[in-house]
Design a protein. Structure first.
Length: 239
């Protein structure tokens, strides 16, 4: 089956199962807007199973299909692209990473799709050594703010699995002054997880930036600290 034909079938299924209540329920979590069908988990699982059990399904078809899914801008369609590609993770190579780069060029429009891509696809490529941090270097200055957010978020599972605090903190150093809130949240999330694993290295990094970097990063990064521990990272000059 051609990807265009398969996409039409998926879209028809999604449109048939629109749930306005779910759209309203979850839209409050997305400041940038929430373009969604409101599909239930059961419907997502159903269409995933239908596509992946098709005898003609393979990684190339899923990558070709993903362009149509991501381009639509629909929340569920991008998540389906991740599910379909993730299914063939044993066959992943750097080609998959290059295809994911196209997704961000087409437009990843919310933090949730971004974070699923990071956790389900990019992190695995890093942990398995198919990618290294240098492959993400260009993403640190990407036009799409969610592609920039993807850098620290993709490294969370890597630091938990492989360590390398000093190297990863140095790699992310240039992102501490990014202008976008969603990037601040991603950086703070990474630093919170890094702190749990290695307080000394992470706190040294935080002290370096405490009077310069956006406070939202520190709000997230110090979330698991005691009140006394958090006070050490209070900005000295609040003007």
């Amino acid at each position: 089956m051609k990807p265009e034909e398969l996409y039409k079938q998926i879209k028809k299924f999604c449109e048939k199962n629109v749930n306005e209540a779910n759209i309203k329920k979850y839209s409050r979590y997305f400041k940038e807007g929430f373009d969604s069908y409101g599909l239930s988990k059961e419907h997502m699982d159903e269409i995933t199973n239908v596509v992946l059990t098709n005898a003609g399904t393979n990684l190339k078809l899923m990558l070709d299909l993903s362009i149509f899914l991501v381009k639509s801008g629909k929340y569920e369609e991008t998540n389906l692209a991740v599910r379909f590609v993730r299914h063939f993770y044993k066959l992943h190579d750097k080609t998959v990473f290059l295809e994911i780069e196209k997704w961000f060029e087409l437009g990843i429009h919310n933090w949730a799709n971004c974070d699923v891509i990071c956790g389900e696809l990019i992190s695995g490529l890093l942990i398995r050594g198919i990618l290294n941090c240098k492959d993400l270097s260009g993403w640190k200055n990407a036009k799409n703010k969610f592609q920039r957010r993807a850098v620290p978020v993709s490294l969370i599972k890597l630091i938990k699995k492989k360590g390398g605090h000093k190297y990863l903190l140095n790699f992310l150093d240039s992102m501490m002054m990014d202008k976008e809130r969603v990037v601040h949240q991603g950086m703070g999330w990474f630093l919170r997880e890094a702190w749990k694993l290695n307080k000394e290295e992470t706190e040294s990094f935080l002290f370096k930036w405490k009077d310069k970097a956006p406070r939202l990063i520190f709000q997230y990064a110090t979330e698991k600290m005691t009140k006394e521990e958090r006070l050490r990272f209070k900005r000295e000059n609040m003007n």
